[in-house]
Ligand binder design. Structure first.
Ligand code: BGC
Ligand code: NOJ
Length: 817
């Protein structure tokens, strides 16, 4: 079969290069890695927001639109009668050439038509609350070109949720300002600024313009769409001033380009906040107001500063160089050199990049997450930070404190908090009994990476209640105890609303289609529903807690915890083993889930991964048997499915899991997030070949059929359709998934085997026999380790791991397996 190709990796520039704009789905990238963010597709679709995709949405985007991916930051070029966009959309005029380069927090889109080339570089400078668009337009022809350029972006009325529903108010509230200086032109969005908002947005260009528009209907025309704005077709802006309806920002520039001439323009799309007391500015005489009404309400000093700071290409280029230097630095913390370029590409660039993005976004904003549904997940963020902590440990530290501050005094958790307020909320449910253990997972990973034990002494409140603070270490203890305080009839952890598998809702019993399984009633009273996934998690992360206690000299606490862990292991061996694999759960009435006795859902991946990682039942070879069963039953060409066979009917006692059609999502989909649990367990069992085989099946660098895979070929997706699905191998829910962090752990710490511990770096590779040599350069704390692994005899693992005690400075180590 001929595989359509839409692009390729450019490792030297750390970019993915898209050469055909008609990708099987919009292939997106993320701008910004601090507070100001943008999502940008390969045709310049997407939107910007500040900190919180729900409460501070800056530009408007319509999800699930027709056609797909409508709205973004568009440039229209009118050359005679032809109108085109450098990113092909929205006009879709056939281009002579097109290229989109998605790099690390930047995207460069270049289009060429009839001898004119336009290239736009989008990025967010470090420490700046704005997206810069550096536009370069060149006349490649031998004739003079008279061109008309229109920029376009549509404002969102801040709260993205109400923006999409409260039209009776929204269509009357919109307000803008227009400002022309000798050196720049800025269009401001100030809806609700005169009342409770202290923030505004602006879209500026570093020169005077020949016109503008701020009202969508005037610019586009009521019966037109983005592909044919009437103002552009007419080559004449309307100079409109928005009063309510839908405010936009569009600059109009006329330019004459001689043969070979290039013009550079800098657009700044920014956001600023003012203190209450100096929100407003009087008219200072300097402003040439182009509108008719009161145009000098916002105190614009901060916007002016940013616009003027980025007025020259030199300033923009130097900010871009800073971003690139930051990525040099971040990526340099872990680099592998091997003969396998796909492995290098995953480890050295894309997996690390995705870890940054998931750390920043949690599950809030992607082309599958609307930005209004979910903020920062308790469990999700703890996992994300483990993939990110080596990059910027101080930010991981803050994240741990923020997350722990939302916890309840009994160790239970809100399932999410909003990044803007940092307060927990129940919007996406609560009572997931795995949640507390993830805090131990995140916090111990942080301390192993940094050696910073002081975080454990930080005073952290319960549920953000001032005065309720206890140490973080105490939060960890209570997290551990939350599991032992909530065990069921078999001594196994009660599941609560669900565990890692949000859809294993064993206590919901929902018959009302208007209810969400995630938030509806949770009948835990009298429930016998127990989770083997939490059991494995508890043993694995519980041992991390024990190790931490020992390192801190808390021998008694370590012993107490060990006794509980041992009891849990026994409970699993006794009540959680099904003969060939670990059970998945017991339901409300105490019936088995994930057993050979079940007709559907005989075996689940989560308990195999976790209990095998925790080596429960080692003496009986339970881990090895469970791994073999997992591979036999769950594996497929595209990775391992979550459960098999998938459910084909709705099970009231199981909830959302059984609602998905067979082969999708939590019902038999390939959840890329839990494949690495099995991969890691394989390495712990010493099976390098098997681990590698499973790793390669889901790692994006090995995906060759881009049409089938559909979503971005440079990042992991949450789910790939499983073997029972209509289209096995089709990817969905790309970008925001714990898959990034877990595969990072799997490949760097367990396969390549360089693992930070409290006292040193543990070198414990478990690799495919045919990997003959590789070198890892690992910057760790104040040291740099250059570790070469030689494997001349085709082994999968060394007899013994090597512990290299921590000491500052540069170290070179060679190990022959
Ligand atoms: C999805 C899960 C997700 C949950 C979040 C469910 O519909 O299937 O993957 O974790 O929603 O609330
Ligand atoms: C996605 C959620 O973000 C994550 O928390 C959950 O564990 C998985 N889905 C599995 O349900």
């Amino acid at each position: 079969m001929l595989k359509m190709q839409y692009g390729h990796f450019d490792d030297l520039h750390r970019e993915y290069v898209i050469t055909n704009p008609q990708t099987p789905f919009p292939w997106i990238n993320y701008l910004g890695n601090e507070d100001f963010f943008g999502l940008i597709s390969n045709t310049a679709g997407g939107y910007d927001f500040y900190k919180d995709a729900k409460f501070r949405r800056i530009t408007r985007y319509r999800y699930n639109s027709v056609p797909m991916d409508n709205g973004g930051r568009y440039f229209y070029i009118k050359d005679g009668d032809v109108v085109w966009n450098p990113g092909w959309k929205p006009c879709k005029t056939q281009l002579d050439s097109y290229e989109c380069r998605h790099g690390l927090n930047y995207t460069r889109i270049t289009g060429e038509k009839d001898g004119v080339r336009t290239s736009v570089l989008h990025f967010v400078p470090l420490g700046v609350k704005a997206e810069i668009q550096r536009l370069t337009i060149t006349n490649l022809s031998s004739k003079v070109k008279n061109l008309k350029l229109f920029s376009y972006t549509e404002w969102c009325l801040w709260n993205a949720a109400t923006d999409g529903e409260n039209f009776q108010r929204n269509l009357s509230t919109g307000e803008v300002e227009i400002e022309q200086h000798a050196d720049f032109t800025a269009l401001y969005h100030k809806t609700e600024y005169k009342e409770r908002r202290d923030h505004y947005a602006y879209y500026a260009v570093n020169c005077p313009v020949q016109g503008y528009d701020t009202d969508r209907e005037s610019f586009i025309g009521l019966y037109n769409d983005f592909s044919e704005p009437q103002a552009v077709l007419d080559g004449a802006p309307r100079n409109s001033l928005a009063h309510g309806w839908s405010p936009i920002a569009s600059h109009y520039l006329e330019m004459t380009l001689q043969a070979g001439e290039t013009r550079e323009l800098i657009f700044v799309l920014g956001y600023e906040e003012n203190a209450q007391e100096d929100k407003f500015a009087p008219f200072n005489g300097e402003i040439t107001s182009l509108g008719e009404r009161d145009h000098h309400i916002i105190n614009k000093a901060r916007a002016h500063e940013v616009i003027r700071r980025f007025a020259t290409v030199e300033a923009v280029d130097s900010a871009f160089a800073e971003l690139s230097a930051l990525w040099d630095e971040l990526l340099s913390k872990y680099q592998v050199q091997s003969a396998d370029e796909r492995l290098n590409r995953m480890v050295n660039i894309w997996n690390q990049y995705q870890c940054m993005v998931t750390f920043c976004m949690s599950r809030s904003a992607s082309f599958f997450e609307s930005g209004i549904g979910r903020g920062m997940g308790f469990r999700d963020s703890n996992q994300d930070l483990v993939g990110f902590v080596h990059q910027i440990p101080s930010r991981a530290r803050q994240r741990i404190i923020d997350i722990a501050s939302t916890q309840f005094p009994d160790g239970g958790c809100y399932h999410q908090y909003q990044p803007l307020t940092k307060r927990g909320n129940n919007d996406i449910g609560g009572g997931f009994n795995d949640d507390p253990m993830w805090l131990i997972f995140g916090a111990t990973a942080y301390v192993r990476e940094t050696g910073d034990f002081s975080i454990l002494d930080e005073m952290v409140p319960w549920d953000n209640e001032p005065g309720s603070d206890v140490t973080l270490m105490e939060h960890l203890r209570i997290s551990f105890d939350h599991v032992i305080n909530n065990v069921g009839p078999h001594g196994l952890p009660l599941i609560g609303r669900a565990d890692w598998n949000d859809c294993l809702n064993l206590n919901c019993f929902s018959m009302d289609p208007n209810e969400s399984f995630q938030t509806t009633g949770n009948r835990t009273e009298g429930s016998k529903a127990e989770s083997l996934m939490i059991a494995g998690l508890f043993v694995y992360c519980g041992r991390q807690y024990v190790e931490l206690c020992r390192t801190k000299g808390m021998a008694q606490e370590a012993e107490r915890a060990t006794a509980h862990i041992n009891a849990m292991c026994q409970a699993v061996e006794k009540h959680g083993w099904d003969g060939e694999w670990y059970l998945r759960a017991y339901d409300f009435d105490g019936n088995k889930i994930g057993s050979k006795d079940n007709e559907e859902g005989k075996i689940f991946i989560e308990s195999q991964g976790w209990c095998a990682m925790a080596r429960i039942g080692e003496a009986e070879q339970m881990p090895e048997k469970a791994l073999d069963s997992a591979v036999n039953w769950l594996d497929s060409e595209h990775g391992m499915v979550l459960n098999y066979p998938a459910y084909t009917t709705y099970h009231l006692e199981m909830g959302e899991q059984s609602t998905y059609p067979a082969g999708y999502k939590e019902n038999g989909g390939i959840f890329c997030h839990n494949n690495p649990w099995v991969i890691i367990a394989q390495t712990i069992a010493g099976r390098g070949n098997q681990a590698w085989d499973l790793y390669r099946k889901i790692a994006p660098a090995w995906i060759d059929d881009q049409d089938l895979h559909k979503v971005e070929p440079y990042v992991y997706c949450q789910m790939v359709a499983g073997k029972e699905a209509a289209k096995p191998g089709e990817g969905k829910n790309s970008w925001l998934t714990g898959t990034a962090a877990w595969n990072w752990l799997a490949i760097t710490q367990h396969i390549l085997g360089i693992r930070p511990t409290y006292e040193g770096l543990l070198i414990d590779p478990c690799i495919p026999a045919d990997l003959t040599e590789y070198t890892v350069i690992r910057k760790w704390r104040d040291a740099q380790y250059v570790i070469t692994i030689k494997n001349p005899n085709g082994k999968q693992r060394a007899e013994q791991p090597t512990m290299v005690p921590y000491s500052a400075g540069k170290h070179e180590i060679t190990i022959t397996l």
